[in-house]
Design a protein around this ligand. Sequence first.
Ligand SMILES: [Zn+2]
Length: 196
Amino acid sequence: MRLPLALLWFPVSVAAVAQVEVRVHLYNSANLSQYVLTQATQVANRAFAVAGISVQWHVCEPSCDENSGPPRYIVGIAGPNVQPRSSGALGFAMLEAGDGDRAVVSLPRLELFANSTGLALPVAMGHAIAHELGHLITRSARHSYGIMSARWDLAGVARMQQDSLRFAAEDVEKMQKNLKARHPSVRLASSNRPEL
Ligand SMILES: [Zn+2]
């Protein structure tokens, strides 16, 4: 059953959550332009900032330093040779044992999605990356609403266009809890408050 988004979507007060840091290693297997990739990470940054999460992005060309630091997740930008199994999916997260920190977003699927909705590609991609990272950080395949909706309907697309689609409060809580548990000494980011 799909409930009206407005009843379920609670914006999170920015001041209410401390900032925790994560690292994301990006593998640009689709040869996406650096410009689009940077724009997409900025879109994702804004969603995570409101959730109290500060993301350090590293583009791995060809690999990234695995030195210790904040919790690390891997996201691949895939071309046509790696497609999500379900037909409408834009990406997938690998939550099985041993792969709990890897996700993929599909460039061909995102191009289709962007074309059919009128979204700019970096906007679609930034939200898809945030969604898959949401699965990885919550360690759950579960969907809720906002960024973690199973499917983005027209209302969701409109919110993306307005830069106001966010993580649901319950997902923020889970992400914060898991990150603190995974990295108990997790560094609190400096007192930057997102301008949102
Ligand atoms: Zn999902």
